[in-house]
Ligand binder design. Structure first.
Ligand code: ASP
Length: 302
């Protein structure tokens, strides 16, 4: 079967911002290439999305892993989810600190224990229990985000949602893939929104909102203003649109129209459907993405 992988680097007001968009696009292309490498070598969709998201988590220009935004207390609290479309098993973490790769911790939760979702200190204790690599906040923090944190301290009126429509690039990351066996998987990872309250969890680690994968329909990863996306359980909704007969592209476009019309939300989606067709849509200024179908060259855009 033809393989497919698509990744995103977050929906937001990228073009109004400084020069981060080319860096984000380059990271997406690198991530799609790595995912494609796993798939053409016969690896699983699950492995492909994890490898792709790890690359994006390493990119300091994206809001996931290294480069994550700081919360209102100056901490980095990250959320992630990975889902296997073959079994519908999933692993998720929320408000986790001091790990470089939350997506890999989420995968361990999925595969190693009976639970699906661990948060905060419990997720960190699990990481320590299995010897999962921990890091310091300084390994996650980039100078630009520290400077933003300090300047936002002076702005008591700041709302986390403004970043999706006013200058200020986002950078949540995600991937969806289909392997040679026709299995689907999806993954999403984020540092959340700038200056969020400690303990705030957005859509990203919530099953059906930040991601969903079901071999019968599609694999989907979402980005955007989490408080709006979660109201629509938007990734599952894309799967439902595919179930009703839409290809991945039309399903993503329909869900983004719904996001705007129903909850006045801003965001983006990437998807691979059960036939290996890719889809993407967003209603923000930009959303860096890249995809690879079979062995064909990577296609990127924003
Ligand atoms: N959806 C993420 C959140 O609300 C942010 C993003 O996608 O940029 O935490």
């Amino acid at each position: 079967m033809e393989t497919a992988v698509i990744v995103h680097g977050g929906a937001g007001a990228w073009k109004m911002e400084n020069g981060r968009l080319p860096e984000a696009e380059a990271a997406c292309q690198q991530a799609a290439l790595a995912g494609q490498g796993v798939l053409v070598a016969g690896g699983s969709a699950l492995q492909a999305v994890e490898v792709a998201v790890c690359i994006l988590e390493d990119c300091p220009y994206l809001d996931a892993g290294r480069g994550s935004f700081l919360n209102a207390r100056g901490e980095v609290e990250m959320d992630a989810i990975i889902m296997d479309g073959r079994t519908l098993e999933l692993g998720a973490v929320a408000a986790v600190q001091r790990v470089l790769h939350p997506i890999s911790l989420a995968r361990h939760i999925m595969t190693d224990i009976e639970h699906s979702f661990l948060v905060g200190s419990g997720a960190e204790a699990f990481a320590d229990l299995i010897g999962f690599p921990r890091c310091q906040i300084t390994d996650l923090l980039v100078d630009e985000e520290l400077a933003r944190y300090l300047s936002l301290q002076e702005d008591p009126e700041y709302l986390t949602r403004t970043i999706f429509v006013e200058p200020g690039a986002m950078g949540t990351v995600g991937a969806a893939a289909r392997d040679q066996q026709g299995n689907l998987a999806a993954a999403t990872s984020t540092g959340g929104t700038r200056k969020k309250l400690p303990g705030r969890v957005g859509d990203s680690p919530l099953v059906g909102s930040g991601a969903y994968a079901d071999n019968w329909t599609a694999a989907v990863s979402a980005t955007g203003y989490g408080e709006a996306l979660m109201k629509l359980v938007i990734s599952k909704r894309v799967c439902d649109f595919v179930a009703s007969g839409l290809p991945a592209m039309a399903a993503c476009e329909t869900a983004i129209r719904l996001l705007a019309e129903r909850v006045n939300g801003h965001g983006g989606l990437v998807a691979v459907d059960t036939h290996g067709q890719i889809g993407y849509a967003f209603n923000t200024d930009a959303m860096p993405y890249a995809y690879a179908l079979g062995r064909q060259p990577i296609v990127g855009g924003h």
